[in-house]
Design a protein around this ligand. Sequence first.
Ligand SMILES: [Ca+2]
Ligand SMILES: [Ca+2]
Length: 245
Amino acid sequence: MKRLFAASCMISALGMSGASNAGDRVIGLYICENDVGIKLATGGWHVARELDLGAEAVTRLFSASLVQMSTQSATGNVTAGAAVSWCGLSNVKPVTALEITNVAASGSATGSTGGTTPGITSLTVEAETLTLSGYMIEGTKGDRIAVSSSSSNGVGSASLTSTLDPGTYNIVVTNIIENDGQSTLKLFVDGTFIETQQYALDTTNQYFDTLTFYGVTLAKGSVIRFEGKMDGSATRARIDKITIE
Ligand SMILES: [Ca+2]
Ligand SMILES: [Ca+2]
C-alpha cells in the first residue's frame, strides 16, 4: 500500500477544502475524453478533470480509484467542488483530492454494516472500447460506433465481458437515432439471445436516445454482445455508450 499512499499525498496536495465522503466506496469508473468519472456508493458521481488537475494527476487518480474499486477499500476524504454536468451525466462533483485509506491498517471501516463487501454493481463503457466486428468507430472525436457494412440491412457486433458482480441488471444503451430509418439492436448474453429493440425515429433532431434492456441476468464474466442491424442503407445502428446498473 505504500505506493498508493504516496500517490494519494500528491493528489491531496492539490486542494483540501470541503472534504467529505470519507468511508465511501468506489463502485464505478467512467473514462470520457481526458477525464475520469468515479462513482461512489454513497456520494454518487465525481469526476477527475484534466482541466482541474492536469493529465498526470488524473492518471494517478484513475489508478488509485481502480485499486479502490477492485479492493472495495474505504475512501478517506474526497474533496470536491460544486456539481456540474459532465459527459452526459448530471450532478457530477469535480474532485480535487481523493484520499486512499487502507481499511485494515486504519480501522476506518467502522460504521460499515458488516457482512460481505459489495463488489462492482454498475459500469459505464464507451461503445468505442468494445470488441467490434462489422462495426467501425466514427465521429470527429471517435466517439461512437456505426455498422460498417456496405450492404443493405448489414449487421455489426459489439461485445464486452462483464466485470460486474453476478446479478440482475438493466442495460442502458445510449444510441444515436436518425431521421430516415430505424435500426434494430439485439442483445445476447453468453451466446443466448435475450431481446430485440428498435431505435426511435429522430423527428426533432434529438440525436441521442436510449434503449433499455431490463432485468438482464449476468454471471461473473458474462459476455454481453450487441448486434446492430441497419435499416436498409438509411441507418447504421450507432451506439455511443453502454451503462449497466
Ligand atoms: Ca441516415
Ligand atoms: Ca461514445
